[in-house]
Design a binder for this molecule. Structure first.
Ligand SMILES: Cc1cc2nc3c(=O)[nH]c(=O)nc-3n(C[C@H](O)[C@H](O)[C@H](O)COP(=O)(O)OP(=O)(O)OC[C@H]3O[C@@H](n4cnc5c(N)ncnc54)[C@H](O)[C@@H]3O)c2cc1C
Length: 386
């Protein structure tokens, strides 16, 4: 069976999930990205795996949003805990109130990222917050199909390619499925993150068991502040290590696009038309578009309402959030990945030696990373003042 090649396979795992013969296993390559491997002895050439692949998807299903907003959750605590304005939690709680199941990316078995389903509001905290790694989908697609067949509400949030994969896997529309994607910069692999963490642990003497990519306690709403926390080795006491992006080679490299999956650099979903019911993201340009707007520093989401189904939720969503209309073009002017995929820099070719080698921090932090990052911020500032 001919599956997508490594340049276009997004690693969603839908092919492996749909195969009744269990002929497809997802296996990690040298950089840590998952790719399907077919056992030809078990394969019966049914073609299902090819039909659920987002790389083969008919791009006609991408839709222009019906309406778009600057938005944030009225619950200040949830907004603070979330990466941007906490709008994901508004959508997820709505589905839980209907007795549904909510799927998103959570840490499992320590700091391994995978998609899980939760049924109670107390569990939503584990899904909240962006984790800048590719999430392992496991058996999510079949689980979701089972819930839908039992006529339960399901809210699924993931990268646009994961949402597309779910829709292709299901092969029919379900009224009670609500899909949420986000504007996506690209996904690094779990293996690169593991290498970063292990280096962190050695340098800081802490066994890290919690990691927050965007912690508003450090720099407020930004992409520049992370916290790792865990037990100080030898003492048994817990410690939070909060740091700015200048000290995090991982976030530097992520923002500069140096470690994404190969397919991310030609992503067909990096555009204004969307495949999901709702699209979320950071409304980075909100201060320019609405200079008088108060309360921005706590985080503002951009929200696209893409389907009639999504539109039918808006009265209930409005009760729990602040919604200010803003056009798709206003929002996209400040959000690169609504216009094109992340550019693949030359240095992406060195991913293996840089991140999976012995001492990548020493190689990256002092010179090239800070220089590149400075350029990145100067460009941002220039755009801001223009
Ligand atoms: C890899 C990645 C790249 C992103 N790139 C951009 C970008 O370029 N521009 C932009 O505006 N926004 C980007 N975002 C989205 C942004 O970081 C926020 O998630 C979004 O603004 C929603 O914030 P929130 O406060 O509403 O919800 P939050 O509570 O912060 O979380 C949103 C949801 O995202 C899910 N999620 C978290 N990590 C992952 C993951 N790795 N894979 C799948 N689902 C995940 C969570 O489970 C939760 O359901 C990206 C997110 C991720 C994970």
């Amino acid at each position: 069976m001919k599956l997508a090649d490594t340049s276009s396979c997004c690693g969603c795992g839908a092919c492996s999930n749909i195969c009744a013969k269990k002929a497809i296993q997802m296996q990690s390559d040298e950089e840590g990205f998952l790719y399907p491997v077919v056992n030809e002895d078990l394969c019966v050439d049914c073609g299902l795996c090819v039909s659920v692949c987002p790389a083969n998807m008919d791009k006609e299903i991408l839709r222009q949003p019906i309406s778009s907003y600057a938005a944030w959750n009225k619950d200040e605590n949830v907004r603070f805990e979330s990466s941007s304005g906490g709008m994901y939690s508004v959508l997820a709680e709505n589905i839980l109130d209907r007795g549904g199941v909510v799927y998103g990316a959570a840490w499992k078995d320590g700091l391994k990222l995978s998609h899980v389903g939760v049924e109670r509001k107390e569990q939503l905290g584990s899904l909240r917050g962006s984790k800048y790694i590719q999430s392992d989908m496991g058996n999510c697609y079949s689980e979701i199909q089972n819930h839908l067949r039992k006529d339960r509400w399901v809210c699924f949030c993931g990268t646009p390619c994961q949402v597309a994969a779910l829709q292709l896997f299901l092969r029919k529309e379900y009224d009670k499925l609500v899909t949420v994607d986000f504007v996506c910069h690209g996904v690094p692999s779990q293996k690169v993150f593991d290498a970063f963490l292990s280096d962190e642990e050695t340098r800081k003497g802490v066994k890290v068991d919690r990691y927050k990519f965007r912690d508003k306690r450090v720099n407020g709403w930004s992409c520049t502040s992370t916290t790792s926390s865990g037990l100080v080795m030898g003492s048994g006491k817990r410690k939070d290590i909060m740091y700015d992006i200048a000290m995090s080679s991982y976030m530097n490299a992520f923002l500069l696009g140096k470690m994404s999956r190969t397919s991310c650099y030609s992503c067909a979903f990096s555009q204004k038309k969307r495949c999901s019911d709702f699209t979320l993201g950071d409304y980075w340009g909100v201060r320019n578009v609405f200079p008088q707007m108060q309360d921005v520093a706590k985080g503002v989401s951009m929200l696209f309402v893409n389907t009639e189904k999504a539109h039918s939720f808006m009265d209930q969503i409005a009760e729990k959030s602040e919604l200010i209309k803003s056009s798709v073009d206003e929002i996209a002017a400040y959000n690169a990945n609504l216009n094109q995929p992340t550019h693949r820099p030359q240095s992406r070719n060195n991913l293996k030696s840089l991140f999976l080698g012995q001492d990548y921090i020493k190689e990256n932090i002092p010179s090239t990373y800070n220089r590149d990052l400075l350029k990145f911020y100067i460009k941002r500032l220039l755009r801001f003042y223009k």
